[in-house]
Write a protein that binds this ligand. Structure first.
Ligand code: GDP
Length: 531
C-alpha cells in the first residue's frame, strides 16, 4: 500500500453550489466554525460585509459585496482534512465557478426551503452531473416558513433528474417547522433558539418514530403528520444505495438552518463520512490513481494581481496524485519545461501560508511567471500525460474592444493576453478588421465589467467597448470558410479564436438553423474539437 493512502483517505474536497442568497456564505462560515477556525469564519462573513478578505482583491467585489473569484478554505474536523472550494456567488459569473467544480470530488447543493431549485443551482448541478460527481443536498432556512418537503423532493427529481434520499425530515405542518427527525438514528431535534448554538436535541433510544415520548413532545397533530410522512418515505421512497450516491444518481438530502446552526453538525458529519476522498482522474494515458507515487496536478484557475501591492499572479492547482513537496521540480506538459515549485501557497481566507507538503485533493496556489493556462497539467518527468475533460464554455455575449489611446497598444495587448490566459474572457480576432481590436466572448456580462476594470487598473488602459449582436459561437470545420463562400452569413461574423480556428458568431437560434441548413458541407461545433 502506498504511504499516501492515509492522507488521501482523510481528504474531502468539495464545492458548495447554490443560487445567490441561499446561504452559502453563512453555511461556509458555520462549517469553518466546527473546524475550530473561528477567525476564518469571521473573515468569510467579512467579505459579505465588504471588509477585507483575500477575494476582495478587486474593487468590483467590494463595491458590490459579491465574490467574483473563488478561493479555497481548509480545515480539519474529526480526523478529516476538509478543502472547501469557494465559488463565486454571483449568477453572472459562472464560468469561473464551472471551472472550480473540475477540482472538486463532490458538491453540496444548497437550496432555500422556501424557494426550491433556482436557476443558478440548475446550471451548476448540470456540470456536476456531467462529471458524475456526488451531490449532497442541504435544504436551508428551515427556521423560516418553507415549502412542503415532498414537493421539494419532487422538484429536485423533475428539474434536476436526480432522486433524493432524505437523511432527516422536517417536523411541522404547513411549512411551519419545529425541528427535524433523523431517520438513521430515529432521533428528534427541535429548534431551541435560546440555546448556545440555537439547537437542542432530544436523543431517543426507542428507535421508532411512533415512540410515545415523541408524541408528548410534539403534540398529537404534529406527531401524527410526522409519522405519516415517515411511513410514506419508508414505503414509497427511494432506498438508500451508497453506490448510487457515489455515481451521482442519488442525492442524500438534509434539512437545517445555517444561520441558527441547526442540523449543520449532523450534516457535516454524515457528509464527511459519505463523501468520496480523491478518486482517480482521467488523463490522456488512462486513469491516474491518487496513490500513484508520481506527483501530478492540473491548473483550474489563474488569478492575477490578487494583491495590488505585489502585482503577482497565482495559478491554483489541484493535486491529483503523489505528494507535493516544496521546492520539488515538476514537468509542465504544455510548455514542455521543468518547473521548480518554490513558493507554494495555501489559502486560509485572509492568510496565505507557505506550505511544505500537500497531498491529492489539496489545492495549492503557485506564483505564475506567466506560463500557466487553465487546464494545464503538471507531472513528474518521465510520466508525461495531460488531464482531460476540462470544459470549454461556449460564450453567449460578445463585444468588440479596442484601446481608447492607440499609444497604449502594447499594454493593451499584454493585458488582453494575460487575462485570456487566466480564462477571464475568451478572445477572438478578425484578421481583416482595420483597427487593432479584439472580439471578446463571455458567458456572463459581469465578465465584461471585470475586463474593463482590470485593464484600466492593472494595465492602465482605457478601452472602448461595443457590444455585438450575437449570442452563439460555433467552431467551423470545412473548406472555404470565408464570408463570401459561406451562405447566409451576412448577419453573422466570422472570426478566429486564439488558436486561429475559424468561428462563426451568430445572432440567435433561428439564424443558426438557417446558416447550418444553407451550408451543409460545413460542420458547426459547440466547442472546439480538441478542447
Ligand atoms: P449566499 O449569497 O448564498 O452566500 O447567502 P448568505 O449566506 O449571504 O445568506 C443570504 C441571506 O440569508 C442572509 O441574510 C443570511 O443571514 C440569510 N440566511 C442564511 N442562512 C439562513 C437560515 O438558515 N435561516 C434564515 N432565516 N436566514 C438565513
Amino acid at each position: 500500500m502506498s504511504n499516501l493512502v492515509p492522507e488521501i483517505s482523510k481528504r474531502r474536497t468539495f464545492a458548495i453550489i447554490s443560487h445567490p442568497d441561499a446561504g452559502k456564505t453563512t453555511l461556509t462560515e458555520k462549517l469553518l466554525l466546527f473546524g475550530g477556525a473561528i477567525r476564518l469564519a469571521g473573515s468569510v462573513k467579512a467579505r459579505k460585509a465588504q471588509k477585507h478578505a483575500v477575494s476582495d482583491w478587486m474593487e468590483i467585489e467590494k463595491q458590490r459585496g459579491i465574490s467574483v473569484t473563488s478561493s479555497v478554505l481548509q480545515f480539519d474536523y474529526d480526523g478529516y482534512r476538509v478543502n472547501i472550494l469557494d465559488t463565486p456567488g454571483h449568477q453572472d459569473f459562472s464560468e469561473d465557478t464551472y471551472r472550480t467544480l473540475m477540482a472538486a470530488d463532490s458538491a453540496v447543493m444548497l437550496i432555500d426551503v422556501a424557494k426550491g431549485v433556482e436557476d443558478q443551482t440548475k446550471k451548476l448541478f448540470q456540470v456536476c452531473k456531467q462529471r458524475r460527481i456526488p451531490v449532497f443536498t442541504f435544504v436551508n432556512k428551515l427556521d423560516r416558513y418553507g415549502r412542503n418537503p415532498f414537493e421539494l423532493m419532487e422538484e429536485i427529481e423533475k428539474v434536476l433528474g436526480i432522486r433524493a434520499y432524505p437523511m432527516n425530515w422536517p417536523i411541522g405542518i404547513d411549512g411551519n417547522y419545529k425541528g427535524v427527525y433523523i431517520r438513521k438514528q430515529a432521533k428528534i431535534e427541535l429548534f431551541e433558539r435560546s440555546g448556545e448554538h440555537g439547537q437542542w436535541a432530544l436523543p431517543s433510544t426507542q428507535g421508532s418514530v411512533d415512540d410515545p415520548a415523541f408524541k408528548e413532545l410534539l403534540g398529537e397533530e404534529i406527531h401524527q403528520a410526522l409519522c405519516d410522512d415517515i411511513a410514506l418515505l419508508d414505503v414509497a421512497g427511494e432506498t438508500f444505495d451508497f453506490d448510487k450516491v457515489t455515481n451521482g444518481e442519488l442525492t442524500p438530502m438534509f434539512f437545517g438552518s445555517a444561520m441558527t446552526n441547526f442540523g449543520v453538525r449532523l450534516f457535516l458529519e454524515d457528509f464527511l463520512e459519505m463523501a468520496p476522498p480523491p478518486v482517480p482522474r482521467m488523463s490522456s494515458e488512462g486513469f491516474v490513481a491518487p496513490d500513484n507515487d508520481k506527483f501530478s496536478a492540473f491548473v483550474f484557475k489563474i488569478q492575477a494581481n490578487m494583491n495590488p501591492a505585489h502585482r503577482d499572479r497565482l495559478a491554483f492547482m489541484r493535486i491529483c496524485s503523489g505528494k507535493f513537496e516544496r521546492g520539488m521540480t515538476v514537468y509542465h506538459v504544455q510548455s514542455k519545461k521543468p518547473i521548480k515549485l518554490a513558493q507554494p501557497q495555501q489559502f486560509l481566507a485572509q492568510e496565505r501560508t507557505i506550505i511544505d507538503e500537500a497531498y491529492p485533493g489539496d489545492i495549492i496556489g503557485l506564483f505564475d511567471p506567466g506560463i500557466f493556462g487553465i487546464g494545464d497539467t503538471l507531472c513528474q518527468e518521465g510520466s508525461v500525460f495531460t488531464f482531460q475533460d476540462f470544459p470549454v464554455f461556449p460564450p453567449e455575449q460578445f463585444a468588440r474592444i479596442q484601446a481608447k489611446d492607440t499609444m497604449k497598444r502594447k499594454q493593451f495587448v499584454k493585458g488582453m493576453t494575460q487575462l485570456t490566459q487566466e480564462g477571464a474572457v475568451q478572445v477572438f480576432h478578425q484578421p481583416d478588421y482595420p483597427v487593432e481590436s479584439f472580439v471578446v466572448g463571455v458567458v456572463g456580462s459581469l465578465q465584461f465589467e471585470v475586463l474593463e476594470y482590470r485593464l484600466k487598473h492593472e494595465y492602465g488602459v482605457d478601452i472602448l467597448m461595443n457590444k455585438l449582436p450575437y449570442s452563439i459561437a460555433r467552431w467551423l470545420i470545412g473548406e472555404n470558410l470565408d464570408g463570401k463562400a459561406m451562405k447566409n452569413m451576412d448577419s453573422g461574423l466570422l472570426v478566429q479564436d486564439i488558436k486561429d480556428r475559424p468561428v462563426a458568431l451568430i445572432s440567435n437560434e433561428w439564424q443558426l438553423r438557417w446558416v447550418v441548413e444553407r451550408n451543409p458541407e460545413v460542420e458547426f461545433l459547440v466547442v472546439p474539437e480538441d478542447a
